[in-house]
Design a protein around this ligand. Structure first.
Ligand code: PHE
Length: 327
């Protein structure tokens, strides 16, 4: 390569060394390799040299051209890889991603609370089947064939003898059939009734309790439930036991709570009917027991002053997230 060309290369090297932006590099590139750039000037000179020198100068020019192109494209690669690094680098001043935690569903919170309280009284949890037969859901519970609760309007039948359970009392029947008293169980779960309005949903949750042993009486029932209500609401509530009727308990009662000046029914209860005990082969001369059934949605509505039960199933995040700070 000629002396002139060698010095052009070292001049270019010098400029590339201090160049630190792609904008500057593109200026350098057009200065040397552009249409009217240094290299083009050198090529023009080729026309006016003597024939004997042409070959040598031509070779030198080709080397010069290749060298310049190589140097510039190497620099271009270097700058763009540095750029990539910049982009990948973490900017610690940016705000972090907002990862918000979900919350438990209010119904799940209530179920846990109820089970915690009843668990502390010695009730153990048992779950059963959601598709039941007439025997476990009705017959064994002393609900005769022509009882209104058997009407198609209340019960979702799956087939002639199969239905969606209308209460978790069916789980109590299954438990009493396999276990000897004493028995102290609670049965949380979904139940189904053909009903839908602001205070009824075709599917809702129940927790029923059952305690069978020798010498169990209504006093045990009252004591358990009065205590439970106080613990559940976290304060003394105004309550009353109102005589009621269930085919599977005798005597039967319902508990009402005074809420915003009105008596509201919150649970059904009673002493297990002797027929129910004999239906499951428990000696009804030796054993007695009490049972109660709690509506989970009803208790949750009372606790949080919710007026429409259907809100529990709308999946509205702004409603559900209000229960975030609860357990
Ligand atoms: N099984 C009744 C219901 O679902 C509730 C209940 C249970 C009432 C136990 C009394 C005793 O309506």
């Amino acid at each position: 390569m000629s002396k002139k060309h060698t010095s052009l290369i070292s001049e270019l090297r010098g400029k590339l060394k201090t160049c630190d932006s792609s904008h500057e590099l593109s200026n350098i590139k057009s200065y040397y390799l552009g249409k009217n750039g240094i290299l083009a000037d050198e090529f023009i000179k080729l026309k006016s040299v003597k024939l004997s020198e042409k070959k040598e100068l031509g070779m030198s020019l080709n080397i010069l051209k290749n060298e310049m192109q190589d140097l510039i494209s190497q620099k271009l690669n270097l700058l763009s890889s540095e750029n990539d690094k910049d982009i990948k680098a973490t900017d610690v001043t940016l705000p972090g991603k907002n990862i918000s935690l979900g919350s438990r569903h209010p119904i799940a919170i209530t179920i846990n609370d109820i089970m915690d309280i009843l668990g502390s009284y010695g009730f153990t949890s048992v779950e059963g089947l959601e598709i039941e037969d007439e025997f476990h859901n009705f017959e064994a519970l002393n609900i005769s064939d022509n009882h209104p609760a058997r009407d198609m309007h209340d019960t979702f039948y799956v087939s002639d003898n199969k239905l969606l359970r209308t209460h978790t009392s069916s789980v109590q029947i299954r438990s009493m059939m396999v276990a000897e008293p004493p028995l102290k169980i609670m049965t949380p779960g979904k139940v189904y009734r053909c009903d839908s309005d602001p205070t009824h949903s075709p599917m809702f949750h129940q927790i029923e309790g059952l305690h069978i042993d020798e010498n169990i009486n209504f006093g045990h029932l009252k004591g358990t439930l009065i205590h439970f209500i106080k613990e559940f609401f976290g304060k003394e509530m105004q309550i009353r036991f109102r005589p009621s009727y269930f085919p599977f308990t005798e005597p039967s009662a319902e508990i009402d709570i005074k809420f915003k000046g009105k008596w509201l029914e919150v649970l059904g209860c009673g002493m297990v009917h002797p027929n129910v005990l004999s239906n499951v082969n428990i000696d009804n001369k030796k054993y007695t027991g009490f049972a109660f059934g709690l509506g989970v949605e009803r208790l949750t509505m009372l606790r949080h002053s919710i007026t429409d039960l259907r809100m529990f199933y709308d999946n509205d995040i702004s409603f559900l997230s209000q229960f975030k700070d609860l357990k």
